[in-house]
Design a protein around this ligand. Structure first.
Ligand code: BMA
Length: 360
């Protein structure tokens, strides 16, 4: 009898070793993503562009095309993707989800980093993320009457994240950036329709559900408020907690458009100080000058800010928004008069494109 019990115990130990090993393999991938981002802190700042491989000015779905590459001969080191309208065949910006999966795989293969944002539709009336009518956040949260609506959306997100696999079938680690710009009042999860407590619950539930219920561990999480903060307390107003966040970011277009570079520097310092205190990664998760209407925005605005001091230099990455068409773009296209300025920007040793990043 004793022998049987001993054998049984050995079996349990062996099985649990296997499970732990599996977990370690997954976690190693995510921690190596974190390490790569942390390393960037000492080597330079990764440059990112939203939807870079999907389309640009005058082209769409051309294999391996990129407006950054067309402009300066190399890809960005970081690529942003959008899952607004998940559940449809194409996303909010008319890119098919099937092709986003392929782009994410390609980026991973090339050694770049993927980050995913989510302009989630209003779950009640299925209008866009900016529609606040009919919203009752409490109802979506656990025990709320419409909680299933949130679960349904998260199931779709989980389905998408679990499709992100490399050739060997392993899940690709990505940065997930849900419920962004929450200090503003334009999204249904923003300050106009969602209280601070509700927001924190929504964020925590989202991450717990994807990780614990769905067993996904191929993503790290970015918290990215818009620029309306001036202190650490303001920044942390809707912070879901250190257990839920890996990247402390900010989306900042406003301070640049108002020519308040001093404020951008001040806000980066806040993020970087918090990141050091809490062992997180600091980044500008979205920025840019639409249509590059600010002359020499890349060198006389963005680069000035990034080179302002040791703290600003220690950011892991900065990502500019998408090149939709000539009335909405952030990276200069061939023939645009800001091309030289962009070239000068990427030539600065602080700025890392894909080839620079792969050297480290
Ligand atoms: C906004 C704009 C919109 C776009 C949305 C989601 O900033 O670029 O055109 O649909 O992001 O990507």
């Amino acid at each position: 009898m004793n022998r049987i019990i001993a054998l049984f115990c050995m079996l349990i130990i062996l099985l649990s070793c296997e499970i732990t090993k599996d977990k370690q393999i997954e976690n190693e991938k995510v921690s190596s993503l974190k390490v790569r981002l942390q390393k960037a802190k000492y080597e330079g700042i990764l440059f990112g562009h939203q939807d870079d491989l999907a389309y640009g000015i005058g082209w769409k779905g051309v294999s391996h095309q990129s407006d950054v590459k067309l402009a300066v001969g190399d890809y960005p080191a970081l690529f942003g993707w959008e899952i607004g309208n998940i559940g449809d065949s194409v996303n909010i910006d008319n890119v098919s989800f099937d092709s986003i999966v392929v782009y994410i795989q390609r980026v991973h293969q090339m050694g770049g980093i993927n980050t995913i944002s989510w302009h989630a539709r209003n779950p009640i009336n299925n209008n866009n993320a900016w529609t606040k009518t009919d919203i009752n956040i409490e109802a979506f949260l656990p025990r709320g009457e419409q909680h299933q609506l949130l679960i349904d959306k998260l199931d779709l997100v989980a389905g998408f994240l679990s499709r992100l696999r490399s050739d060997d079938g392993e899940l690709i680690p990505v940065i997930f950036r849900p419920w962004h710009e929450m200090l503003g009042n334009w999204f249904w999860w923003g300050s106009a329709s969602c209280s601070k407590e509700q927001y924190v619950k929504l964020f925590q539930f989202t991450i717990n559900y994807l990780k614990k219920e769905k067993g996904l561990d191929n993503f790290i999480v970015a918290y990215s408020p818009n620029s309306s903060f001036l202190s650490k307390d303001d920044y942390l107003l809707r912070y879901p907690g250190d257990n839920y966040v890996d990247v402390l970011g900010m989306d900042n277009y406003t301070d640049f458009s108002q020519n308040r570079l001093d404020l951008v520097v001040q806000k980066i310092s806040i993020i970087v100080d918090l990141a050091v205190e809490r062992n997180k990664i600091a980044a500008i998760t979205e920025t840019g000058s639409d249509k590059l209407s600010i002359n020499k925005w890349y060198t006389s605005n963005l680069l000035q800010v990034l080179k302002a001091n040791e703290k600003t230099r220690s950011l892991a990455y900065v990502m500019v928004w998408r090149n939709a068409d000539t009335s909405h773009f952030y990276v200069p296209f061939l023939g645009n008069n800001q091309l030289d300025d962009f070239q000068n920007f990427v030539n600065d040793p602080l700025i890392l494109l894909l080839n620079d990043f792969n050297k480290y």
